[in-house]
Ligand binder design. Structure first.
Ligand SMILES: *Cc1c(COP(=O)(O)O)cnc(C)c1O
Length: 367
């Protein structure tokens, strides 16, 4: 009845334009690092207020290649929030460096700047702030710590298309930033895709080598690189979709405002907050409830979609067991992980669906 997310309505609204873009790519057989890729890189970087965009295969690679381009590798440590999708940490691990997990801030679920300095060692080389759920991390505080400790910043913007921090776009503030265009992201491709943004010319050149087998000319390879190119079809589709991004983000924000009206002041239901001077893009709308399992069962029974972003903090994931993380290490994220629920959020929700979802939610928490 009210899905957590529905991609079909959005596709239907732009199907003709998307099909025309796909046809153009096919007619030109412009599949790899094509003109559409170059145009999209410039257009997306321009949208975010960054100097360069380098299209890559997906968001995980965007973060991984950004770290590599900044010289992060074996023996280094990189600080990442424990409350995020595992790709943030995998990007670090694939460089040979070790992720060091940091707890999240109670206000915005992002990395807690007051807990960063305690995690810095002589091996720390970078911080990856994740603008989680579409709310910006506390960038002024994080940048100050980074500067005074000589650390690089790679912003994880996979959930932050359209997010603003004091008027600046997510992805324009660090040494580099990685975006994902996984289909369900706020700006989604029709398959896997990603981009790295940077304001630094040298980092941009390094990224272009890294994503394309280290190639300087067709037969000459300056470094040992990777194959992580953005394909022409995805770039052409993303160019169509980028024109609508602000409209879609504003749609999400209107639903969030409506949820705020309909659901505020209820005991046992904590709503997301948008901190002053921030623009939350509401990639997901995350609330907290006491009895999550019971709450989710009631929503499902009434036909209201829901999900959890994310039920297990990274320091407790089996994949990172070798780092020795234990229950109790990062208590804020651990506590939130048991109570967070994502409720329906996508631009094409109708006002009626938002009202229906809100009334099902009120009932489920016994309000
Ligand atoms: C989606 C996501 C990624 C990874 O993006 P992919 O394109 O799926 O590789 C990284 N970080 C966060 C926070 C994400 O939500």
């Amino acid at each position: 009845m009210i899905p957590l997310i529905d991609l079909k309505i959005q596709h239907a609204s732009i199907a003709a334009e998307v099909e025309e873009a796909i046809k153009r790519v096919c007619d030109n057989t412009a599949f790899i690092l094509s003109d559409d890729v170059k145009q999209f890189e410039a257009e997306f970087a321009g949208y975010c207020g960054a100097k360069h965009g380098v299209g890559v295969a997906n968001g995980t690679d965007a973060l991984f290649l950004a770290l590599k381009a900044l010289g992060i590798g074996a023996g280094d440590e990189v600080l990442v929030p424990t409350n995020t999708f595992i790709a943030t940490a995998e990007a670090v691990s694939h460089t040979g460096a070790t992720p060091v997990f940091v707890d999240c801030a109670p206000a915005n679920y992002c990395i807690d700047p007051t807990r960063i300095e305690a995690a810095i060692t002589s091996k720390t080389k970078a911080i990856i702030p994740v603008h989680l759920y579409g709310h910006p991390a506390d960038m002024d505080a994080i940048l100050t710590i980074a500067r005074s400790n000589g650390l690089k910043i790679v912003e994880d913007c996979a959930q932050a298309h359209g997010t603003l921090y004091k008027g600046k776009h997510a992805g324009s503030m660090g040494d580099a930033a990685g975006f994902s265009f996984y289909p369900s992201k706020t700006l989604g491709a029709y398959g896997d895709a990603g981009i790295v943004l940077t304001n630094d010319d040298e980092t941009c050149e390094k990224l272009k080598l890294l994503r394309d087998n280290g190639r300087t000319t067709w037969y000459e390879h300056a470094i040992i690189g990777h194959n992580s190119r953005l394909d022409g079809m995805q770039a052409a589709i993303l160019r169509v979709k980028l024109k609508y991004l602000d409209k879609w983000v504003n749609g999400r924000r209107a639903h969030a405002a409506e949820y705020g009206q309909l659901l505020s002041g209820i005991d046992g239901l904590v709503l997301p907050i948008e901190q002053p001077e921030m623009k939350h893009a509401y990639y997901v709308y995350v609330v907290r409830v006491n009895d999550r399992d019971g709450f989710m069962a009631k929503l499902k029974e009434k036909g209201c979609g829901c999900g959890v972003h994310y039920p297990l903090p990274l320091h407790l994931q089996p994949a990172y067991g070798m780092l020795g993380g234990r229950e109790g290490d990062l208590p804020v994220a651990e506590e939130y992980a048991k109570h967070i629920v994502s409720i329906p959020m996508f631009p094409e929700l109708t006002k009626e669906q938002v009202a229906q979802a809100a009334s099902i939610i009120r009932e489920a928490v016994g309000a």
